[in-house]
Design a protein around this ligand. Structure first.
Ligand code: FES
Length: 569
């Protein structure tokens, strides 16, 4: 088989000279250009992305494996997305990074790629971009941090930030103790070690079969993470020789496995938009409603924060994702192919479980219904979601008056006001935080509760928005309302005091206001102006689809393969 890279490095002519000669300035010997598989290592390393700051050493291990198997590794950078620093939200840039990845792969002499991702959006961005080229690919996740340790207790990334900050606001924790917890939480390389979005997406990678077994949970600093990277380097060379492309792995069965695994791990709601967008790229018909249907009967078996009490390190020592998938029985398509050449069933048939409190037996789940619930109703005709395993059971059926915040600034300005008219029966509503409205659909849906409510020991209320929420967060939080308010969804017309009815068992969310009044309000409604009239933000605003379509850009749906017939000189 003539490899793609030989069209660059093979010819004995002027162009071949140019392609080889400049590469040789890096000290690369002749024999590397002899037609062997050229493997790109797509790296999201950045010191601005602390979760991915150790990736240069992971890339070195991938290179070892590639060389060992007779390949030629070439590491290249793409834009990195650090969840903790970037404004207004990394989600605004997920699609931009996917374009960077897609074009970098297609434009260069690569036969296969190893994708290095960790912090939340880096995983879907790399998978989406690579899927649109459809070369052989393996993802290696960077691994979670070691468990946080604070005064004898395990504390989890994100989850304990939300808890501690509410404790400070209610007066239960001093600011001095709060500051002290900072360095106790993040004490090693790696991404968030709760079952937040990064760990969820690393689990999705393994469940899709696009990462090697055990990819999800090995801590970033555990030597076995380096072994995994080394073995991925070896395996990608074989995959190129077998012409095993992403589209052969990312089938409908693989997506069904991933959706169910998200339920069984109590995974992040963010997996919904990312998997919908990825399916759109690779050409698999996955819809928001599939989340309801596939989630039925999936119990949450993994006892990790934010739904439970342990952390990713514990999950790995308990057997990790292979043990969980084995426990899931017939809920998993066992014949789904994976990147190591074996089926999901073969990879997990004998996977041992070493701790039954961390990975629960199927009939003793942490939560009986672990899936993500998709709601419909006049407030969300195109859907909204809620994670029942992180919500308060007593609020799953609730009717109450709306307390409306027009945008994030309005929320920040008024939430701590003692005069705010609100009690625990109210439904908090936040507008203009969707894909177009913010822009970028940030993780602000888990609005903080007013201090006067927290001080009474109440820790949860129904909250509704067109935003997302951090995968490390919890509460009775309805997210991803579509259409969003900035696109003219009914959410835009909600006013203080309007009755809202949430019924999660019936999958319903309704605004109980007469049609005539809604029509009157709509006639007076003006869409907010876009945040920017130039650059990427403008492109995003003009083309982003709603949450029920994965918030991808409309012109990025699908794939174009990796062919580029024209030379550059
Ligand atoms: Fe990077 Fe949580 S902030 S994974």
């Amino acid at each position: 088989m003539k490899l793609r890279s030989t069209f660059w490095f093979g010819p004995a002519d002027r162009d071949g000279f140019i392609h080889r000669s400049w590469m040789k300035n890096q000290g690369l010997p002749d024999h590397l250009f002899d037609g062997r598989p050229v493997i790109g290592i797509c790296n999201t390393w950045s010191e601005l992305t602390p979760c991915n700051a150790h990736f240069r050493s992971i890339a070195e291990r991938v290179k070892r494996g590639v060389y060992e198997a007779g390949g030629f590794p070439l590491e290249f950078p793409v834009m990195s997305l650090g969840e903790t620093l970037m404004r207004p939200t990394t989600m605004l840039f997920r699609n931009l990074v996917s374009m960077d990845v897609e074009e970098s792969i297609r434009a260069n002499p690569l036969d296969g790629v190893v994708l290095l991702a960790g912090c939340d959006k880096t995983t879907p961005a790399l998978l989406m971009g690579a899927a649109s080229c459809d070369l052989p690919a393996i993802m290696v996740s960077g691994g979670p941090m070691l468990s946080g340790k604070y005064r004898g207790e395990d504390i989890g990334s994100g989850t304990n930030v939300w808890k501690f900050s509410e404790d400070v606001r209610s007066g239960a924790m001093s600011m001095c103790d709060f500051m002290d917890a900072e360095s106790c939480m993040s004490r090693s390389a790696g991404h968030c070690m709760t079952m937040g979005t990064a760990s969820t997406m690393a689990s999705v990678v393994e469940a899709l079969g696009i990462g090697l077994p055990t990819n999800a949970a090995i801590p970033a600093v555990d030597s076995r993470r380096y072994v995994l990277a080394h073995m991925a380097g070896r395996r990608i060379v074989e995959m190129v020789r077998e012409d095993l492309r992403m589209s052969s792995i990312l089938t409908r069965a693989a997506f069904e496995n991933a959706v169910r695994v998200v339920g069984a791990i109590g995974g992040s709601t963010n997996a919904v938009v990312h998997l919908l967008a990825l399916a759109g790229r690779i050409g698999v018909d996955l819809t928001l409603d599939d989340w309801n249907e596939l989630g039925i009967g999936v119990p949450c078996l993994v006892n990790l924060m934010p739904s439970g009490k342990y952390l990713m390190e514990d999950f790995y020592y308990a057997g990790g994702l292979p043990a969980l998938i084995r426990e899931m029985g017939d809920l998993i398509h066992r014949d789904a192919p994976t990147v190591n050449g074996k089926t999901m069933g073969e990879n997990t048939a004998d996977a041992p479980c070493y701790n039954r409190d961390v990975i629960r037996p199927f009939d003793e789940p942490l939560v009986r219904d672990g899936g993500i619930a998709v709601l419909r109703g006049n407030l969300c005709p195109d859907g909204a979601i809620i994670k029942p395993s992180a919500a308060t059971p007593g609020l799953m059926k609730h009717r109450g008056p709306a307390v409306v915040f027009e945008n994030i600034e309005d929320l920040h300005a008024r939430i701590d006001d003692p005069e705010l008219e609100i009690d625990e029966t109210c439904v908090m509503v936040l507008k203009n935080c969707g894909p177009r409205g913010y822009p970028g659909m940030p993780e602000v849906g888990n609005m903080p509760l007013p201090p006067k409510i927290l001080k009474r020991g109440i820790t949860d209320m129904v909250r509704i928005s067109d935003a997302r929420m951090s995968g490390t967060a919890y509460g009775t939080v309805v997210l991803h309302v579509a259409p969003e308010s900035a696109a003219g969804g009914l959410l835009a017309l909600v006013r203080n005091g309007d009755p809202i009815e949430l019924d999660v068992p019936a999958r319903r969310l309704n605004l109980d206001v007469p049609e005539s009044e809604i029509a009157r309000r709509r006639a007076n409604w003006q869409p907010p102006s876009p945040a920017s009239d130039r650059g990427y933000s403008k492109l995003y605003y003009d083309h982003v689809m709603q949450a029920d379509r994965g918030a991808d850009l409309d012109f990025l749906v699908g794939k174009s393969g990796a062919d580029v017939p024209r030379e550059s000189h």
